[in-house]
Design a protein around this ligand. Sequence first.
Ligand code: GDP
Ligand code: IMO
Ligand code: MG
Length: 447
Amino acid sequence: MAVVLFQSIMSINQNLHIMKQRGCAWILTGLYYGDEGKGKIVDLLAEKVDLVVRFQGGANAGHTLVNQGEKIILHLIPSGIMRPNVKCIIGSGVAFDPEIGLEEIKTLVAANIIKDFSQLLISDQASLLLPIQKILDQAREQERVKIGTTGRGIGPLYEDRNSRRGLILGDLYASDLAGKVDNLLAEKNCLLQYYYGLPPVRTDEVLEWLEPFKSEFAPFRLANLPQFIDENLSCGQNILFEGAQGAFLDTWNGTYPFVTSSATTAGSACATSGFGPSDVDLVIGVAKAYSTRVGEGPFVAEESNGTGEWLRQQGQEFGATTGRPRRCGWIDLPALKQAVRMNGTTNLALTKLDVLAGSKEIKAVVDYEYQDKKLNYYPTNLEVMKNLKPIYKSFPGFSEDISIYGSYHRLPKAARHYVEFIQDYLDVPVSLIGVGPDRNHIIDRGF
Ligand code: GDP
Ligand code: IMO
Ligand code: MG
């Protein structure tokens, strides 16, 4: 079993502290279409920080943590929660579903993981998700353009946040809560009734539904996230910002409209949590050793054949939130290169390398062909994508079970060759390599 030492991370921490008293901000994001293994890497890195802030997305996310065989899937609670000394914060950019949030808290309390409520805080500015937003999300999926959403109300919630009708957690305690609910429902009910032919939702039933959450969430309220972050950094605390989804699900730079409804790249951590980019020391990008996507939308590297099925079975590629089978293919390097640029990624965590064991040949997309010309960037334009052909490079496979290896030099030569090609192509150091689902299944090559 691999044992993680993390001396390199320790030393980077120490060096940064010698240079400045202010703590470090690290941002972690997914570099592809989500499910890259972010939860596992956050759980691991949380050992080295004081706070973990989940900065965007909602319960559309499913972050899996495995510790000595015990598996937990988190949708809203930050993946640092397994570390009792780490404070976890649900940030202002999060779509907070109070039902799912409460269920998660109760499960973690019952499992003796949350022992002290002071370990968790929820920003008063986090968007509060209401059942009507889920109803609308699901109704929209019956429309002509199906996005393949998780049905968790994410699109309607962010829409309401941006149109300034949506509720935030702090509104639960506002004197005019009823007026705020009324204001939202007046418009949404028109859509429900007259566009989708569904029954309207009454203000009094929403208020009744919200009532128990007032006391349940009172102990977790955080009034001013930017102030809290600044004060913690100022006294030398280190903060890890946990992203959800992945670069090409980003509303602005993903495969629009087949995207989620929040900004998923590193800059979003600053924008939603209220701190500046100059506080950021590391931007960790998480990518799988192959590609997956769940939901509709273009996926250039997709292998809709036996290879895709082999990857799905080997990697157990079924959604952590919806259980849907994930679409699979070989790694897509031009796309990852673009994701690295969009995030300003400084270090890479390459997960699920073990899944490739047993393949005679491993392939990687290294270029695209479009109208007889080569393209080396990911053209998120759907029209271009329709006519894009991936160009592959082939690598020798390996057969060994690599989950037992804790150091890089013990990996089979073919596995190292593959990792080094990825590192050279992306021009970013592969600092962590996932060799199995467990927290300890990791090779730390240094930051
Ligand atoms: P996230 O949404 O990015 O946190 O990723 P998910 O949890 O949705 O999906 C990643 C899946 O891969 C989970 O089942 C993890 O337990 C698993 N996983 C993460 N890293 C590794 C790894 O290095 N090897 C293997 N075999 N599984 C991994
Ligand atoms: P994590 O954090 C993978 C996908 C959905 C759909 C699209 C829009 O676990 O990596 P939404 O419900 O957000 O409106 O759906 O985005 N999607 C994800 N795919 N991992 C996720 O999160 C995802 N969150 C949303 O499948 O295609
Ligand atoms: Mg996931």
